[in-house]
Write a protein that binds this ligand. Sequence first.
Ligand SMILES: *[C@@H]1O[C@H](CO)[C@@H](O)[C@H](O)[C@H]1NC(C)=O
Ligand SMILES: *[C@@H]1O[C@H](CO)[C@@H](O)[C@H](O)[C@H]1NC(C)=O
Ligand SMILES: *[C@@H]1O[C@H](CO)[C@@H](O)[C@H](O)[C@H]1NC(C)=O
Length: 508
Amino acid sequence: NCDSETTYKKTLDSEVDEINKVSDLQDMSKMILRTNGPAELPEGYKLTMHISQTTSENVRVFRPRTNLFLKDYIMVVGTDTLTEEVPYLGSKTELAFFVEGLRFPDKDFDGLVTINLSLLEPCGKGFPETPIFTDTVVFHVSPWIMTPNTLKPVEVYVCSTNDNYTFLKSIKNLVDKCGYKLKICHEYMNRGDRWIQDELEFGYIDSPHHQFPVVLDSPRDGDLQDFPYESILGPDFGYVTRHALNEEVSSLDSFGNLEVSPPVTVNGKSYPLGRIIIGVAFPTATRGRNMTQVVQDFLWAQKVQEPIALYSDWLVVGHVDEFMTFVPAPDRKKFRLLLASPDAGYKVFKSLQNNGHGKAEMFPGKHSLIFCYKKSLPSTTVHILNCIDWNRDVLKKELGLDDEDIIDLPILFKVLEEKTGSRAVAYYPDMVNMIVLGNKLGVPKPFGPKVNGRCALETEVCSLLEPLGLKCTFIDDFAPYHKLLGEVHCGSNVLREPSPFKWWNLEL
Ligand SMILES: *[C@@H]1O[C@H](CO)[C@@H](O)[C@H](O)[C@H]1NC(C)=O
Ligand SMILES: *[C@@H]1O[C@H](CO)[C@@H](O)[C@H](O)[C@H]1NC(C)=O
Ligand SMILES: *[C@@H]1O[C@H](CO)[C@@H](O)[C@H](O)[C@H]1NC(C)=O
């Protein structure tokens, strides 16, 4: 019950141990006690419900007061109450209980909740009653589930900042054209922090009787930090976060570094909800930035989208969305993995040169905006190629992909010397960092050399993606995003419909 029935002076419903609004019952699971016996229990016999200490931290059980004229509910077991008598209503009756989940599965909680009900027999004065019959119900708290790019969008989120109106207008045009809703996070809330991809991740929870979206709030806590709780949490829109305690929060905790694949089958094992993808330090590295353990533990504990860890620490910003994304496709596995490929980039430039366009200018009309860059040494170029190839192999293996499932987009990186070592950033706007809205893609405008009046990089990307029925709209993000080391995907977020697949049909 991680939403909030109130919008004014909000509290998470799970932090309030009473039911103030009947609508809150929707967010709980019904549990029915059916009795079939005498009109009254014999003297001294009674029914009790009981849960363990651990369970009492994860769940609360309510029932209506037996005076049914009042719509009023009381807690039976839960916080600080492990055992409680429940009324026996006589002969053939049903009594409804409402079970409220309080926590998501995590490292110390497998999501299972056991509730017992016993019939107790009196044992004479001074002795405790003994249970002569016990019935047990086990619930599984819904995991938090992420939504891949192949699911239908509902709403697109973007920040309004004072330095670029044109970007916002392009996004609005694209979203309008697709027929989705656009939600703008205004300056009083974002305080100049435009990286709305990084502060939060949309997911959902699901049960047979109810489902709703849930925002996961990143420990990144930039100037956007109040947005998820203040503006998104509400009735039927849940909220969950994890705080780093004794760990350092790094750029890898931004959720541009948290993605999910479309459904895949790997060596006969199916992942109908896809697999979570995060970026971490290189496996054998003893130093380096990582996603905080609290967030990693949370993601692993959900179990239904078993995570894959990629190597993203080779990038200055360090997010997986800087070198990969997924787009829908009509054939094969119903999607393609798009990878940034310096190899494909060099091929485009080499062929321009071979065809007499060697003098065509890069960043036409943008000269004043280019930040100066040192020519990459061949060894650093090889290093970048190796980093992407390493990730490519992991993705192929963990998602069960063939080369035909992958499209290489022409993207070049350059290396910045930092105190902490050499790390890479995209040289021109990183086209793989796109927003995917059905078959319409909002792609960072690369500002490559023009041939016959058209950008050669745009031409190349369109020729790779259009055969799949995808339509590219190139969006100028140069000044307000690219120059600040982010692009269209980093500056947007998409709430999507839940998957039709029901997580409880998975063997966990
Ligand atoms: C619930 O009942 C099961 C067996 O019926 C028992 O193993 C378990 O310890 C009981 N738990 C509690 C909290 O009473
Ligand atoms: C973005 O903002 C900058 C600085 O305010 C301005 O110079 C530039 O023209 C804007 N670019 C676009 C594409 O709107
Ligand atoms: C980073 O996280 C990964 C995945 O959980 C782990 O295997 C690795 O040891 C961590 N690396 C460092 C340097 O902390």
